[in-house]
Write a protein that binds this ligand. Structure first.
Ligand SMILES: Nc1ncnc2c1ncn2[C@@H]1O[C@H](COP(=O)(O)OP(=O)(O)OP(=O)(O)O)[C@@H](O)[C@H]1O
Length: 309
């Protein structure tokens, strides 16, 4: 996708010192981050880490208590805060697990409303996705199963083709085959219309192949922001004969290990310099990138008792 296409169809985000408090307690604590336009970002964090609060601020549903968020690109001209700003919010689509849907309305009516509110709405895509997820257009929202409600959220999010589209754990209610349909549809449509996608989730291993950039939150603080490959390069996954794996892993922090007969696989943190990598490979070890899930668990693990970090 070209830079000029992205500039027309994708929004970037800049958060500076962003703070949101509930009853004086920070849910977001002095966050500084940037979401580059035209990429698929993973917003990762354990329960209560602040993902939904950040998503709500980006979509203009909530005003920061301190600091600011600026949205930029896709014809906006100048960077703008999203709160109470219809020019920005018409270009940002947040789909939440709760669905934000009127229970008494039939699906068809919900789609009609989205079509009238969303400037980039694609009715053909909406109809095609509704079909793929087998969501009946005539049924009332209140009569849909949790999974079909989630699927409808996905249809609304994708067909909106909003320059900034945020899925806040929307798809958790869907079964695995439906989630796979979502991931396929997301990638296909993203390739057709480049835009900025944020997937907020703790199902890290499932979405890891979709993501280009990752933001990890913990207790409202930014743990790290990085391209996925750079993050996965912070260590290595080694597979081979157990004794050999143990020898090469001895000097590293082991994040995860698994043993099957005489074969062992470990995930280690740390910089494996090229000479060591070459030596390990020559000895018969397979060396790969660290799994995002292992890194996520390590980076967001609770501090040990007595640790006053
Ligand atoms: N409306 C609210 N009133 C009071 N506290 C809130 C409110 N919304 C969120 N919080 C608190 O803010 C913190 C961050 O919550 P948030 O929902 O943003 O986290 P999350 O990462 O999305 O969690 P989850 O994965 O469980 O959905 C939590 O401590 C939560 O209890």
């Amino acid at each position: 996708m070209t830079t000029s296409t992205v500039a027309q169809t994708a929004l970037g985000v800049r958060a500076e010192n962003l703070t949101v408090r509930f009853g004086g307690v920070p849910a977001l604590d002095r966050l500084d981050l940037r979401l580059a336009p035209g990429k698929i970002h993973g917003l990762l964090g354990r329960n209560g880490s602040g993902k939904s609060t950040l998503a709500a601020v980006l979509a203009g549903f909530r005003q920061p208590d301190d600091g600011r968020v600026l949205i930029d690109g896709a014809g906006l001209g100048t960077p703008m805060p999203p709160y109470e700003n219809a020019v920005v919010t018409s270009r940002v689509c947040l789909i939440r697990e709760s669905g934000d849907l009127v229970d008494s309305a039939p699906v068809r009516q919900v789609l009609g409303l989205a079509a009238s509110l969303r400037p980039y709405w694609d009715a053909e895509l909406a109809a095609e996705l509704l079909d793929r997820f087998e969501v009946p257009a005539g049924k009332r929202i209140s009569k849909l199963s949790r999974g079909k409600r989630s699927a409808l959220g996905v249809v609304l999010g994708l067909a909106s083709r909003a320059p900034l589209t945020i899925f806040d754990e929307t798809y958790l209610g869907m079964d695995v085959p439906s989630r796979n349909v979502f991931y396929d549809a997301l990638l296909a449509d993203y390739a057709e219309v480049p835009r900025t996608i944020v997937l907020s989730t703790h199902l890290v291993s499932e979405v890891s192949t979709l993501l280009e950039e990752v933001v990890i939150l913990d207790n409202g603080r930014l743990v790290t922001q990085s391209p996925v490959d750079a993050l996965r390069g912070r260590g290595a996954a080694m597979v081979g004969p157990a004794a050999l794996v143990d020898k090469f892993a001895a000097d590293f922090t082991v994040l995860a290990e698994e043993r099957l007969g005489g074969t062992k696989s470990v995930t280690v943190l740390g910089d494996l310099d090229p000479a060591l990598r070459a030596e390990a490979a020559a000895s018969g070890l397979e060396i790969g990138l660290v799994g995002l899930q292992d890194l996520f668990v390590h980076l967001t693990a609770p501090a040990p008792k007595g640790d006053r970090r």
